[in-house]
Each structure stands twice: as C-alpha cells, then as structure tokens.
Design a protein. Structure first.
Length: 120
C-alpha cells in the first residue's frame, strides 16, 4: 500500500500496561490524512484511541479521540509547530491497559511517542 512508503518512522512506548504506537508520515496531499487514519483504524481495531496532529501547507488539524481535552492532539500539534514540520502527520495509537494515567503522564506518553517516531 502506498501509505507505508510515506512512513518516516515508528515508535513504541508502554505505561501501566497501556501501549502507545507512534507513526510519523510525510504528506504529499491533504487527502492522505484521511487515507492514513482509515488504514490505521482498520489495522488496529482493538485500539481505544487513535490521536493525531498534522500540518499541510496552510492547513492544520488535530484530534484527542475522546482523551481528555488537550492531552493528546494538542501536544503533538505544538511539536509540529515548534519544529516547523510542514506536510507532516503524527499519529499515536493507544491500546488501553486498564489503568487511567492522569492528564500529565498521559500527555507525556503521547508526546514522547510522537517525537520518537521522528527519530527512528
């Protein structure tokens, strides 16, 4: 599938039995955001949350996917902004481990997973 050709890197993080999988993608077209998200949802049906942030030219978007507001999509988006990463999508897929992490640890888990995806 073409989607994997644009994969810049992946990462993994585990916190209190919750598993976080990070994916960083380069975007050639805005429509790829929906395609990539659909692909990840289809291939991670047991995931509790699939959060993301993207910047493409003058357009941007983010989603906490039912996590507490500002704990997932916003930190990822801020990372893209701070590092001037345009035409880029970060997605973090979370498999809930049964223990709530709290806002601070949850935000750190999403952000560190997203950042590591760029470094691998």
């Amino acid at each position: 599938m073409v989607i994997n050709l644009k994969l810049l890197g992946t990462s993994f993080y585990e916190e209190k039995k919750s598993k976080f999988y990070g994916y960083a993608y380069e975007l050639d077209e805005l429509t790829e955001v929906k395609e990539i998200l659909a692909y990840l949802k289809e291939n991670n049906k047991k995931a509790k949350h699939i959060v993301y942030a993207y910047k493409f030219q003058s357009t941007a978007g983010k989603s906490d996917d039912k996590e507490p507001t500002g704990t997932a999509g916003l930190p990822l988006y801020n990372y893209l902004e701070k590092n001037n990463l345009n035409n880029t999508l970060i997605v973090v897929v979370r498999f809930f481990g049964g223990t709530k992490l709290g806002a601070g640890p949850l935000m750190r888990a999403y952000l560190s997973t997203g950042i590591k995806a760029f470094k691998n």
